[in-house]
Write a protein that binds this ligand. Structure first.
Ligand SMILES: [Zn+2]
Length: 102
């Protein structure tokens, strides 16, 4: 019987630690999407501190003067704020190397 090989590291699944590594290097992803109503939304995903999400969402809304919500662990802001969001995240102490996109 052949053991399944991990696609990421090439090691057998029993030796693979990719999932654990993922957690440590989890990236915050900023994306801008366009809705079918031709409006922009900025999403911030990859934040795993659930209890802090709401707080961060409030801070972002205040600093960017926009509407927003938290949905399934993702902060969704109205408008295209990718650059500003990154600035605010850095001000909040998130590491630049962990922030992707924008
Ligand atoms: Zn692996």
């Amino acid at each position: 019987m052949v053991e399944e090989i991990c696609n990421t590291c090439g090691l057998p699944k029993s030796l693979c630690v990719c999932v654990e590594i993922d957690k440590e290097t989890q990236k915050i992803k900023i994306s801008v999407v366009r809705t079918r109503f031709k409006k922009f939304l900025t999403t911030i995903s990859g934040l795993d501190e659930k209890e802090k999400l709401k707080e961060l969402e409030k801070t972002l809304k205040r600093k960017l003067a926009c509407g927003g919500t938290v949905k399934d662990g993702v902060i969704v802001l109205q408008g295209n704020h990718s650059k500003k969001v990154k600035e605010v995240l850095l001000q909040q102490g998130y590491k630049e190397g962990l922030i992707e996109g924008a």
